[in-house]
Design a protein around this ligand. Sequence first.
Ligand code: AFP
Length: 334
Amino acid sequence: MSAKATSLSRHLVEEGKWVDAQLSELPVLLRDMGYTAKILAREIRRAALVGKLGLVGEKNPSGDAQKKLDVYSNEVVVDAFTDSGLVAAIVSEEMEELRTISCNDAAEYLLCVDPLDGSSNTDVNGAVGTIFSFYRRGVAGACTDCEAELREGARLVAAGYVLYGPSTVLVCSMGRGVNGYTLDHDVGEFMLSQENIRCPVSGAYYSANLGRYHDWDPNVRAYADYVIERDAASGRPYSLRYSGALVADVHRSLLEGGIYLYPADEGRTGGKLRLLYECLPLAFVVEAAAGRASSGRERILDLRPASLHQTSPLAIGGVDDVQLFERFVATGSP
Ligand code: AFP
């Protein structure tokens, strides 16, 4: 690595020059998320050696069995942002209620987080992730109106994810462009590795749990049938890539185009993925990179969560791929 390589901290200072003066603490929050990710990366790497694999025996608010690493990751995130003094409250996949952290005037932000996305992969050494977003509060002090503020889309001011794969990558955006940083374990820093990521309008891959095919709406099934038809002119058939970790599959779509889908189905009429800490943050990142995120009928960033753990169908990736999916949802054909 060249001595000229740019660290996350340094790059955030540069990027921070472009954000609104009111948002001057955003680079600090993203730096703190980088620090949190380093702790989690270390613990995920050695989980099998320190007794952190397997189930806790409890369910989270969405009814999923909690893994030890889910609980640990949640504690690390909550502790890190409790210490920051900048966050008023946290919404997490692993906590039923919004957790109030601080009612100080300096605590101007709300954090929504899925501390460990794809936790079914932990025990098989598969990719996992962390998904996060920051909302800027309108009112300082008491947190009585925090849930209402999370329904104001314009308050979503930064978002990103961390992918713990063969390397640990943090991808984030403060609204203007999207950058990727790779953790250099020797230096102990995230280093800028993908500057100004642009999502290709289409790609050669689709990601979906085809085990649910027979539970999907016929129009969604028609789309899945269409992408695997042979048609060289339109780049079909698409290849299937599905890892069980949203972050890993969306990362592929962001860098290479294509689409990730988790549609509604007979058992989950509102979809599976949670709006506040899965769909909205990833939609913010992908759209900042010129991609698209949709429920199939509406733009994800226009949706307003009625409750903390509300779900939505999700289609996310290249603009052309997602718009094609939306046409199928509406009409059953391209
Ligand atoms: P969690 O581990 O945070 O609950 O996330 C898993 C996930 O929401 C997402 O990462 C996957 O893409 C999706 O669920 C996998 O769901 P299926 O097992 O139903 O395909």
